[in-house]
Design a protein around this ligand. Structure first.
Ligand SMILES: C[S@@+](CC[C@H](N)C(=O)[O-])C[C@H]1O[C@@H](n2cnc3c(N)ncnc32)[C@H](O)[C@@H]1O
Length: 299
C-alpha cells in the first residue's frame, strides 16, 4: 500500500551484535525499536486478531455517529490497519492517523483517510473539541510513563463533549499466569529494556484509575479478553505466537539493550528466544487484550 520510509528505518541494522557487551550503540528512542519491515505484517495481524476477539474494531459506542459522519483520530497509527478498516466501512466519516514515522500508506488509501507526522508527546496540533473519537492502540507501553498523563489530557482536550477516547493495549509480562521460566525470563528482559527507556509495560493496568481522576470524563469502561499464547491456545494462540516472534527479528538495538539487561551474549539471547518459543509447546501463558474507553463529559 505504498508504506513510506521503510528503508530509512533502523539505520543501525547492519550493526554486528556478535558480542554485544563490547558495542556502544548510538542512542535511539525506544519508539523506533518496533518499526521494521518484518513487523508491519505483525501489526496488521494484531489488529485483525483483536477485531476478531472483541468482535469489533472499536468498543466505544459511536457506531451511529460513524454511519452518519464523524471525525476519528488515531494516535501512533503505524501502518494504519485500524484506520483503513474503519475508513472503508464508514465512508461518510473522516479519519486522521498520526505517527512520528511515516509507516502509513501514502498513495493507495480511501479518500476519507489522511495522515500527518507528529510527535504525540508534544501538545497535539488540533483545536479543543475537534474529534468524536480519539483512539490509540499498542502505543502507551512505548512512551515514557511520566508523559502518559499529559497525553491523556491532550486526548480529552481535543475530543468533543460526548465524544470518546479509547485505548487498546496488551498485558503480558513475566508475572502473567501460566508463563514458563524461559518465556518469563525473556519478558523480564523486555520489561527491563522498557524501564531503561522510562516506559512501563504495565501502564495499561493503571489506565482506568488515571481516567477516573479526571473531572471531564465519565462512563469509563474496561473490556478484557484473555488468550493463551502458543499452540495450547488454538489458532488464536498460534497467531499471537507468530506476532511475538518479533523477539526473533527485533531491531539490533533492542537486542543490544536486552543482552545488556540480562547479561547475555547475542548467542545466548538467540538460544533464550529459541527455548522460550519451544517452551510454549507445553505451557499456557495467559495474555490479556484490554480496551479502556471513556466519554468526555458534556459541558
Ligand atoms: C507498536 S506500533 C502500533 C501501531 C498501531 N497503533 C497498531 O495498533 O497497529 C506503535 C506506533 O507508535 C508510534 N509512536 C511511538 N511513539 C510515538 C510518538 N511519540 N509520536 C507519534 N507516534 C509514536 C510508532 O512510530 C509506531 O508506529
Amino acid at each position: 500500500m505504498g508504506n513510506k520510509g521503510s528503508s530509512r528505518r533502523n539505520p543501525k541494522s547492519k550493526l554486528s551484535t556478535a558480542n554485544v557487551k563490547e558495542i556502544v550503540p548510538e542512542t535511539k528512542d525506544f519508539k523506533y525499536y518496533f518499526n521494521n519491515d518484518d513487523n508491519i505484517h505483525r501489526q496488521h495481524d494484531l489488529y485483525f486478531l483483536k477485531k476478531h476477539i472483541f468482535d469489533c474494531g472499536i468498543s466505544s459506542p459511536i457506531k451511529e455517529k460513524l454511519i452518519t459522519g464523524c471525525k476519528v483520530l488515531d494516535l501512533g497509527c503505524g501502518p494504519a490497519t485500524f484506520l483503513l478498516d474503519l475508513a472503508v466501512q464508514y465512508p461518510d466519516s473522516n479519519f486522521l492517523g498520526v505517527d512520528i514515522e511515516p509507516l502509513f500508506p501514502s498513495e493507495i488509501k480511501p479518500k476519507n483517510l489522511k495522515f500527518k507526522i507528529i510527535d504525540i508527546l508534544q501538545r497535539l496540533p488540533f483545536p479543543d473539541n475537534e474529534f468524536d473519537l480519539v483512539h490509540t492502540a499498542s502505543v502507551l507501553y512505548l512512551l515514557p510513563s511520566e508523559k502518559i498523563d499529559f497525553l491523556i489530557n491532550e486526548m480529552i482536550r481535543i475530543t468533543k463533549p460526548n465524544g470518546y477516547i479509547e485505548f487498546c493495549e496488551s498485558i503480558l509480562n513475566n508475572q502473567s499466569k501460566g508463563i514458563g521460566e524461559k518465556f518469563g525470563h525473556l519478558l523480564h528482559g523486555y520489561g527491563l529494556v522498557s524501564k531503561l527507556h522510562k516506559a512501563d509495560i504495565k501502564v495499561v493496568v493503571k489506565l482506568s484509575q488515571m481516567l477516573a481522576a479526571k473531572s471531564n470524563v465519565n462512563k469509563i469502561s474496561v473490556k478484557d479478553k484473555l488468550l493463551v499464547v502458543g499452540k495450547n491456545g488454538g489458532n488464536l494462540g498460534i497467531i499471537m505466537q507468530d506476532i511475538l516472534t518479533w523477539f526473533n527479528n527485533s531491531s539490533e538495538l533492542f537486542v543490544v539493550d536486552i543482552c545488556r539487561q540480562l547479561n547475555l551474549t547475542k548467542k545466548q539471547y538467540d538460544q533464550l528466544v529459541v527455548d522460550a518459543f519451544n517452551e510454549l509447546n507445553f505451557t499456557c501463558p495467559r495474555m490479556t487484550l484490554r480496551r479502556v474507553f471513556a466519554q468526555k463529559t458534556p459541558v
